[in-house]
Design a protein around this ligand. Sequence first.
Ligand code: SR1
Length: 322
Amino acid sequence: SAPTAAVPTEFASGDVRIALVRQLSSGDYFEQWLAGAEAEAKALNVRLEISSGDGNNDKQALNLEQAVNQKADAIIVDHGFAQTVQPAVKKAADAGIPLVAFDVDPGTPKAVVLSQDDHQIAEQALGALKADTGGSGEVVYVYVAGFAPLDRRDETWTQFKKDNPGIKQVAQIGVVNSSTASAVADQAKAALQANPDVKAIFAPYDEFAKGATLAIKELGLQDKIKVYGADISTADIGVMTEPNSPWVATSTTDPSNVGRVAVRAAALLVAGEKVGPELKVPPALVTQRQLRDGAITNIEQLTQAIPALNTPDVARVPWAAS
Ligand code: SR1
């Protein structure tokens, strides 16, 4: 839709600097998210100053301190552990720098909290798992504590097990590092070899789901065990739709849309507009059948097939077209 307000002076002159302080940057999800954030920054004539801790939480905290010292006009904190991020977030808040915290607890009501609806992500994927298994059977669960989105999905998994006593978690695996998928594949292989009756793997992060898929294929168990995941990318669509793929469902947002929302929220704060206090981007369930039936081979085709993956009304910027 067309803009409904004039472009604020500081945006027209291109003087706005938004620091994007990331915990992680490798993997499909984080690459797509960044591409969306960069595209939105370009559209809004904003300079995006990007840093990544590359999985090192102390490095991320230092990057955050640096953004505060350099007096960024706004800061987006993208993932991170509460313990390492919150002291520097407090400094930013005390310095009056507007903050958007994506997938991390900022520990202050002064920051706008952005997330995907993680409970819904887990509910949608587990709904598919329940429908396929009839609500009973052995399951391997992939999880690493400390990451806010994974912790929220874990709350839903914990409740799901209580509500569905026929579902039995026989192993928990998980690692997040620069080669998550292959590390998870190794762990999943061991878990599946030790538990020959497993019917499903709940792997609510696409790197986890890719690893689980790889393990099942290497063991030749595609007909017996299915994967229920989260997130999507063009590469993930390829993995889900290849012949005999065990990855049958994923609950997901469009990661690049979420990156766009983060930059829009930060820009609104710079302009003194009211945002939040909480922004949630809803997910959609995507099944292997839907992808195959719709001949969907990439993320662009997916977002056309599911328009709800675009959320122009979440943090709409009145001076920009959307
Ligand atoms: C390690 S945390 C990975 C998750 O962050 C985002 O919320 C994505 O959905 C991904 O699953």
